[in-house]
Design a protein around this ligand. Sequence first.
Ligand code: PLP
Length: 626
Amino acid sequence: MKQIDGTYRYYLEDYYSIMAIPYDYPVIGFNNNTVNTLRLWDANPKNQFDLASFNEGNYSKAVEEQNLARTLSEVLYPADEHMSGKELRLKQQYFFISATLQLALSRYKEKNSDFSLLSDKVVFQLNDTHPSMTVAELMRILMDEYGIEWDDAWEITKKCCAYTNHTIMSEALEKWPIELFSRLLPRIYMIIEEINRRFCALLIDRFGNNPDKIRHMAIVADGQIRMAYLAIVGSFSVNGVAAIHTEILKNQELKDFYDIYPEKFNNKTNGITQRRWLALCNPKLSNLITDAIGNEWITDLDRLTGLKPLAKDKAFQQKFMDIKRDNKVKLSNYIESTMGVSVDPDSIFDIQVKRLHEYKRQLLNILNIMDLYNQIKLNPNLDLEPRTFIFGAKAAAGYRRAKLIIKLINSVAAVINNDKSINSRIKVLFMENYRVSLAEKLIPAADLSEQISTAGKEASGTGNMKFMLNGALTIGTLDGANVEILEEVGKDNIFIFGATVEELINLNKSGQYAPWDIYNMNSNVRMVLTQLINGSISPEDHNLFREIYDSLLNGYGGSRADEYFILKDFDSYSDAQGRVNTAFKDKAGWAERAIINTASSGKFSSDRTIKEYVNDIWKLKPVHIK
Ligand SMILES: *Cc1c(COP(=O)(O)O)cnc(C)c1O
């Protein structure tokens, strides 16, 4: 504290000074004479130092500033759905947040004097908890730099911030250790403490002196700062990204906050852009659609319903499926040339591409493939459409289990693809380096879209929407946006399986889930699990996959046995895959369902999503451009 202009103000000393350099990346509109800019920041050292002019203390500090500036904008943390608590990550967040807020407020100041009207011009949409420090940094700038009192600054902050929650997985929600946070960002920590003190006073007002309530809901508790709670308390809007996800937030994960602030909660189901995920990546299908219904779908995806009357049209079905086959041939050639594996373009292209995570259950998929392989070996005349199982996934560098699952998929692929006795009836591929440019090759060639997360774990998913748009049928659980895809497409045009969120919540509560019972009663499951540890898949090291075996039956490393209910859903999934097999034999029936999928995907345009943010949260009026 120091007296500045007659009042006491907080001031900082002994800090590192970093220069934020803005780079405006153009985001080009589609035929609308508009180019928006996405502002990216680079970090530079502020003091270009002259070695001779520094004493020893200043010299080492200048070197540290240089190193900090170099690392701040250079490292992209790849961890997905997992929080790692790294010091550099916290510094990065503060750097990006502070640069953005300082610029936004100085811009506002150029044309306006009254900060109480800031929310008429500005909303900070906190995209996950990563920018949630915005709440405290905005308070700091308003108070310490513009001299606004706490109560006024808090009213402004709450009116300018809105929070989007992207996950229900508690291990992904950011929680910073107080020790780290207070050491790096003492003033921001001080402000969070005061926000927390006032919030706890409100809780005591409402619930009496209830330590349990405070421990559950406080922003600062048990040695940590809970960034999601800071974002909720400091925002006027809290949204989930699919209907079921928002309901889970309201009724389970954030129920206590919903009870206090029901007016803040709303849903914004995610979407994807049809410009990239159809017009650009699938030009043949785009042309067929435009020939049939005109090109308005490119900016108004609901127009695709115009295809529904054509779903039963034999000539249209033929054209639609010819294009699917062309895309499959093209992908087959790419696979042959990059991986040296030949695949049959007339087989079912069954694709699971997404980040590798246990909750997404790539393991369920590969265990089912192992079972299918066992069935073929037992019965060479098994009634089975040829199938090509394709995986693509990246894993965070330190996520060991994820890498072991990738190893398992590759090991199973080696066994199956090299077994001449099964006559190439099934093939398994793990494609390396999954990324948008690979997704653009895979998705137009998919017959079947694998969306098989444990119910309640996938907030929305967007891969599911891209596949549907390109005429793939979904095999999926009642999770994330799959629920809304079912609503749009109807139950005859999707393969739904598995336990529901309610069933799994009850099973968790009862503590009655016993994977060993499934093992004991289901010989197919028993065979597949045994193959994980008897050298069938890893002849060179029988124990390679024992960790996976243990995780399913006994629990491993402190986790419950089969946390993600893979064995629980095994039979139901296998049954749904049987229904896929039967459905694919009826070529006209499959074509009709594929067309209905494309025709029903209008809701999942990001144009619809953005309009909802614009109308409900940002309250913007459209600007008309000639
Ligand atoms: C769409 C997309 C995702 C998200 O996929 P989900 O199946 O929703 O998890 C991930 N990675 C890439 C490259 C994508 O294009």
